[in-house]
Design a protein around this ligand. Sequence first.
Ligand code: PAF
Length: 282
Amino acid sequence: MKVVTTKNGLKSILDTFRGEGRSIGLVPTMGALHEGHASLVRRSVRENDVTVVSVFVNPTQFNDKNDLKNYPRTLEADCVLLGKEGASVVFAPSVEEMYPEEDTRVFSFAPLDTVMEGACRPGHFNGVAQIVSKLFYAVEPDRAYFGEKDFQQLAIIREMVRQLELPLQIVPCPIVREADGLAMSSRNTLLSAEERERALTISRTLFSSLDYAKSNALDATMAFVEDAINATPGLELEYYRIVDGNTLQDISSWDESEYVVGCIALFCGKVRLIDNIVYKNN
Ligand code: PAF
């Protein structure tokens, strides 16, 4: 496994692979890797000849300076995991390498980016689109792998690929959960033992809401989730939306869409967590 920090270094390695006719998979990450990332890497290793994993904490997608400062950075441990999982190349550039000058590109993915994370974290998806498009241009992958935990991000990246007419396939990968149900996230390492326990309410509530939804209306199911979160001290709900899984717009009854997803964002102490659950995908 090679570790490179420059776009030129990356290009010369990948040109050789491409010259040999090998397919390239890309797994974009911000590091602090866990089993969720490992599952993306394994899938890419299965489906491509070469797997590139980028490890870059992208400043332009953070709308909160403290969140950027506190984001876990564990490159050495990340490389150990990636070596074990069979990645071929780790691309770990500096901020200056990715942004030699300010990126002034402004994307519009409306209405996908005007709701949920887009409404709560202004500029977040523009930053995601800036870095992911730069990574796509630098790697020119055949396939790129993204986790469904970041459900809205996945929809937006698909839309970006469509708008920019990029010749690659976006491969969505299922949420990976801890044995007790908590969705894996690099941010989980920031939780104290007590917060970690409280955070369990998120997945437990979402899974109970699947049952509840079988015999209750959509607005009652939303209230069921909101009430459970609001009743847990230490959790501060930012939003719970039940949306059409393609348009990400709110729906008001179960019959309104064939693809129905519930998306949640909340603070557990100072740590912001997201999760989602699919009610229906026919
Ligand atoms: O999902 C993430 O970790 C990041 O948003 C991504 C896609 C690596 C872009 O920085």
